[in-house]
Every structure is written in C-alpha cells, then in structure tokens.
Design a protein around this ligand. Sequence first.
Ligand SMILES: *Cc1c(COP(=O)(O)O)cnc(C)c1O
Length: 481
Amino acid sequence: MAPAVLSPTPAAPAAPLRGLPSVDAALKAEAGRAALARHGRQAATAAVRAALDERRAALRAGAGAVPAAEEIAAAALARLDAAAVPSLRPVFNLTGTVLHTNLGRAVFAEAAVEAATQAMRSAVALEYDLGGGRRGERDDHIRDLICELTGAEDATLVNNNAAAVLLVLNTLAQGRPAVVSRGELIEIGGAFRMPEIMRRAGAELEEVGTTNRTHARDYREAIRPETGVILKVHTSNYRVEGFTAQVPPRELADIAHAHGVPLVNDLGSGTLADLARYGLVHEPTVREAVAEGADLVTFSGDKLLGGPQAGFIVGRRDLIARLNKNPMKRALRVDKVRLAAIEATLRLYRDPDRLPEQLPTLRFLTRRPDDMAAQAERLAPVLAHLLPGFTVSVAPCRSQIGSGALPLETLPGIALALRARDGSGGAPARLADALRRLPVPVIGRIEDQALLLDLRCLEDEAAFLFSIGALEGTDQMGGAA
Ligand SMILES: *Cc1c(COP(=O)(O)O)cnc(C)c1O
C-alpha cells in the first residue's frame, strides 16, 4: 500500500474519499507510466501525490466526483510536462530591435556557437601556456586579436561593459576625483547610472560643464594634482541637439596628457568595423577612439560587436597591468565558454568582406528590404489562413539597432501588419498574448492598433511556420480570449 493512502486520513473519512485511487494505481495507469518514464520516480510520485491532495481537498469541500486513477495520472503528467519546459528558451525576435536587451542582445555567429560548445565539452588550456607547459593567463587568448583589430597596446576582458567601467574607475580613481561632463552623466536602462557606478567604484564625481555645453576650459579648471581620471562617455541612448558644445576627443586627450591624467573613453556599443562600409551610419570605432589618444577604451561584447556578453578594456599596457592587479578583476572575469565564443567572434573581423554573412547582428542590420518583402509575401497568406479574424498586410516599417547604438537612426524594414477585421482595439494585444504562448514564442510590437511582426531578424522561416501552426483552429478573435 502506498503511504499516501494510509497516512493523511485524519478521523473517519467521508465516504467518497475512500474511493480515491492509490498512488501506485495512478503510477500504473498509462499517463502514470509516461510520467515515470519522462520524469523519474521521485518527481512522478510527488506529482501524483499533489494531484491526489488537490482532489481530496476538493471532495472535502463537496466539489467534483471521485477521480479514476488515469485522471489523477494525467493531471500529474500535465503538471510535470509544463514544469519541464525550460524557462530560458528561444523566441522569435520580431520586435524590430536587433539588439534587444530583454531578448538577450546579440545572436552568436555559428563559429562562436561551435567554439563555446567545444569549450563546454572539454578541458581547455584556459590559463595554461601550451608552449612552455606553464601557467598562462585567460586574456592571452584574445589579447593579440583585439590589439590587431583596434590598434591598442594591450587589452583585458571582464563580465560586461558596466564591469569594465567599474574596474577602470576603481583602479584609477578610488578616493580621487573623476572628471566627467554633465552632458555625459547618462543612465543606461535603470540599473546603470553613470554617477552611481562612479560612486560605487569609490571615485569622487567631479562634474564639469553643463548639460548641453562643456568646454576645454571646464576640464582644465577642474583638473587638480589628485585627479585620478578624465572620463568621456558615449551618450549611447540619447542625443543633445541644438546649442551644444563638446570637447573633441583628441583635444581632451591633449588636455589630460598635459596634466598627466589618463583619459578613459567609455564607448558603450563600441564597434570594431566601420559600419559605413556596409551602408549603415558610421558609429565611432574602437580603433578611432584609441587613435584619438584615449588611454583606455571600454566597450560591450554583445552590442554592435555581435558576440557574447562581455566588457572589453583596451589601451595602455601599464594601465592594463594595474587593472589586472586589482583584486576586483578576479570577481569580474569571464569564464571559458564565453572566452571561446569571444575569440571566435573576433576572428570573423579579420575578414570584413564576409562579416555580414557570418555575424548575425550585421546580417540582420544589413538585410535588404526586397528580401524581407519577398519573405513577407510568402508568410502573409499563411497567417491570413490561420487568423481569419485579422487582415494581414505587408507594410513598410522602421527597425532599430537597439542597446543604445545610434538611437535616432532607424532602418527601413518590412513587417506583417495584423489588424482585427472588426476593428477591435483589444484584439492585437490578445493576439500578441497568444503568440507569446506558442511553443516557440513570437514577440512582435503593437503600433497603431496593429500587431507588427518585423521580419528583419527572421531567418528560420520553416521553424516560424511550424510554431505559428499551433494557432490552427484557435479563435483569436473569440470574446473569451
Ligand atoms: C551599454 C553601455 C554600458 C553598459 O554596458 P553593458 O555591456 O550593458 O554592461 C556602459 N556605457 C555605455 C556608454 C553604454 O552604452
């Protein structure tokens, strides 16, 4: 006898409770056997017990009839199957934002996926010099590549760009003033506010200039013998326009060096390739920032660079050596899996001609409107068939890069626009909800009473069709939806 049947019977059970199947009986039912096979004895038994407890409570409250063993087993199996769906799972990013922070930013290049997989499966020479059989450093794997691609003397790698800024400020300006323009005290998505990071790094924030105008003399007057660093921040996600003035980076470097203070340039979405070469708007490259005289440049790995989350710090060898001696570096370092993916991603930049084919971020950004239009024409009839309550039209739209890169530059794209036939204003939101519940969720955006599915990042059309096929027969216009 299963203990569940023996133990939780308090006083004299009401007659129907005695008719409840045993745990054993439920596990022997067809769904019970499936639960055992798929999820193992411990989980299957616990789920059957939980299902029995629920029905027992319902019966005590006078609700429902005594269930058969198969019914209890089916409830347990459904619960186990639902809980087994990974929480972090693939989605179709049809939002039109290529580097969507909430959807994981850059999609890795195939070469990076392979390198990361290999590093997961095997021991790797992470901090081991295969030449001399001695201890090596993890930065050794990317130092030469990143220096070649940026013209910098030396480089190191940390968890993300926020960590890079934290480490740099803590190393160069702990307990000392860090000079920064009031026009660059930015917030990047809630948790990352420049003044906050500076304080947490132990630096004294020394603001200069005004929101819209900062001059060379503002920096000169602020520099004192104890000044630790001059920080320049790329105002990634916003732009000050109109009556503005900033000190050009080269001039700022001259001012810093005349006073013996290092200049740090936080580029944010630093890119390694000139985007203008691919028909996009030019974004300052890391090579340019280095050439303009910054002593250290920090940037992200998963923004325009198109790799995994990481923070790069490149620049003067003596300063990089100081960063590496800071105990904080150990707390911020990257693991072997990401390091492998980063190395493979950086290698792709050696062949800029083929970069748009090989790097998904650039492939999405450079996707031709006629290619997206052809795809839209193929998909529109399928969606129209699945969603009789909606009109499906092929519409021009504007996509964006995301993650604070070129915030005002949008890219001409093509979307499928889904509108309720009856003009119902709530229907697009209900449809968006249904799409988010698909086996592979589809994430679009609502604009102008339409659900827009921006096709810029849709590559696996077959997988998309398979996923939306689950909408067949569901009535997305139903009032109860
Ligand atoms: C995005 C950004 C950061 C933060 O980088 P993460 O890699 O997201 O940590 C810092 N500074 C600037 C200017 C940025 O654009």
